[in-house]
Ligand binder design. Structure first.
Ligand SMILES: *Cc1c(COP(=O)(O)O)cnc(C)c1O
Length: 435
């Protein structure tokens, strides 16, 4: 066996990043310095908007935007039922009420036709998530927002560089936020960005972001060291020594998703952890500038991997490859397929050295944390049958071929995907919308 096992996630980094970080510490420009304003300026220019404000986290960019909009307390904010749990929690922290709207199980994104029924006189905003790197159907969303006077705040955390009808995501709404966590399209080992064209909104966001204390050099050094270790651990040559044997062993007993032990625990964010109340650092912005220069290239690599999967799995009896909406340029933060038995497939894959995740984000409409906002969202529930194939830019074309070959081998004896849907129907569960 070749000594490469493929982890579910990959971290984007550029040769020389470490050298740049160390140089920034040596110059005394790790915490503050000119790169922050430069990164904000270049990030805004890339999106052809006037204002960008760097923050400690993507979620804090969302928080500052919501606060800056000064909605009345308990205003309702429409959020997809399938998204990262921190966003509805942030809305609640901002004194607002998340209202979950169902997603289209084939695109994983907000189902535009389900939005209108959720709008009340207390609705103030919609936060469409461009989930897994695919732009939402923005045209109907903007039309509804216009009709009811709602603000649109785009969650671009998974989709930096994705386009809808030729235009970058983040440029359609009143404001947008991005994340620079390790696994995201631009990695600066944490951090986020808010963008907007509205100068007054930008000033109110900036006033909040800049009132936070600076990171200490120690906190910052820790952030980069942990990031570096994580990057080694999930590289194909690192993962084979721990993640692969551990999960292959566990797979003998059933399907267990160990990633829940790595992710942050789902919990109320009151009070905010101290790390949230921090400013974005100059050393992070230095990495951000480098990553922005390479963004389109990295996205193109990821997209090529995804396209290879889509052609290689076309017509497979047990698999449905991702649906891309008309006019969308998907950046494939995740390559999410439906397979008739995702858990069995994941177990077989890890034994062959390929780590595949099942559901990547959260079924927020059913989380105990949001019990008071719970909603029946059958489309979102169906997405729990999805399986993610590793698709990140760091993979080589030969890795992708290997994953494809193993994927075909371990799924030959699975029932056809349509049959599983029919049997779900018989047992009373819902089926996929469309086909
Ligand atoms: C990563 C992510 C966020 C938040 O980003 P942080 O920087 O971790 O706060 C928000 N929404 C989605 C969909 C994400 O994937």
């Amino acid at each position: 066996m070749r000594l490469r096992a493929i982890a579910r996630y990959g971290i984007r980094s550029i040769p020389g990043d470490e050298r740049e970080i160390i140089a920034a510490f040596r110059r005394g420009e790790a915490v503050t310095g000119p790169a922050i304003a430069e990164f904000e300026r270049r990030f805004a220019a890339y999106h052809q908007v006037e204002h960008a404000i760097a923050t400690s986290y993507g979620r804090m960019a969302c928080y500052y935007i919501l606060r800056a909009l000064e909605f009345p307390p308990d205003s309702e904010i429409i959020i997809p039922a399938l998204t990262f749990w921190v966003i509805p929690e942030i809305a609640r922290r901002a004194g607002l009420r998340p209202v979950f709207v169902d997603v289209d199980p084939l695109t994983f994104n907000l189902a535009p036709e389900k939005i209108e029924a959720a709008i009340t006189e207390r609705t103030r905003a919609i936060i469409p998530t461009h989930l897994y790197g695919q732009p939402c159907e923005m045209e109907p969303i903007l039309r509804l927002a216009e009709k009811y006077g709602l603000v649109v705040i785009e969650d671009c955390a998974q989709a930096v560089g994705a386009r809808y009808r030729g235009r970058l995501v983040g440029t359609f709404g009143t404001a947008a936020f991005f994340s620079f966590q390790m696994l995201k399209g631009i990695n600066t080992y944490g951090g986020g960005m808010a963008i907007t064209r509205d100068p007054e909104l930008a000033a109110r966001i900036r006033a909040q972001a800049e009132s936070e204390p600076l990171q200490t050099p120690m906190e910052l050094a820790q952030r980069f060291i942990i990031g570096y270790l994580a990057r080694c651990a999930i590289s194909p040559r690192g993962f084979i020594w721990w993640g692969f044997p551990l999960q292959a062993l566990v797979s003998l007993f059933g399907h267990y998703d160990l990633s829940k032990y790595v992710w942050e625990k789902i919990r109320p964010l009151t009070p905010f952890p101290a790390s949230y109340r921090r400013r974005y650092a100059n050393a992070q912005a230095i990495l951000g500038l480098r990553a922005l220069d390479r963004l389109e290239e990295f996205n193109a690599r990821t997209r090529a991997h995804a396209e290879r999967y889509t052609s290689g799995l076309a017509g497979h009896h047990a698999i449905r490859t991702p649906k891309v909406i008309n006019g969308a340029e998907h950046v494939y933060y995740q390559y999410s397929i439906y397979v008739s038995d995702p858990k069995l497939t994941a177990r077989r894959m890890i034994r062959r050295g390929i780590d595949c995740e099942t559901t990547h984000v959260d079924l927020c409409s059913e989380l105990p944390l949001f019990a008071e906002f719970s909603a029946d969202c059958p489309g979102a529930r169906k997405t729990t049958r999805a399986l993610q194939l590793p698709v990140y830019a760091r993979l080589r074309a030969s890795d992708v071929e290997r994953i494809l070959r193993i994927m075909r081998e371990v799924t030959t004896d699975l029932p056809p995907i349509g049959e599983t849907e029919r049997s779900e129907l018989r047992t009373g569960a819902a089926t996929f919308a469309g086909s």
